[in-house]
Design a protein around this ligand. Sequence first.
Ligand SMILES: [Zn+2]
Length: 121
Amino acid sequence: MKCPKCNKEPAIIHTQLGVLPGRKCQARYLRERIPPGGRRSVESRLREYATPFWKIMGLAPKPKEIEAERRMKWAGKTYLDVQRERLAGAKQTFDSTPLKRKLLAGKLVSKSKPTYEKRQP
Ligand SMILES: [Zn+2]
């Protein structure tokens, strides 16, 4: 049986789902499909994250939030500008990715020997 999509490669026969497209067509589908919510730019995501929660949910703002927005508008800024400033002032944090990779590969060896002592009652 040939792949129903391209009619070139052999189809995958699933015991419950039946005839499925071939391996190449499935790989292409996974590569090209648009994630849920659509493809979004970094800019639009940044704008969304900068927008306060109460505004997104349509809730009534607290006095503190009204005051913050008033100050922001007075300074002639938008929520995106404030978010950009916040990100610019973000602290560098320790990146544990290389360490984790080493650990998972089993290459992380401790130099000090563990000492097993009897706990004092
Ligand atoms: Zn195919």
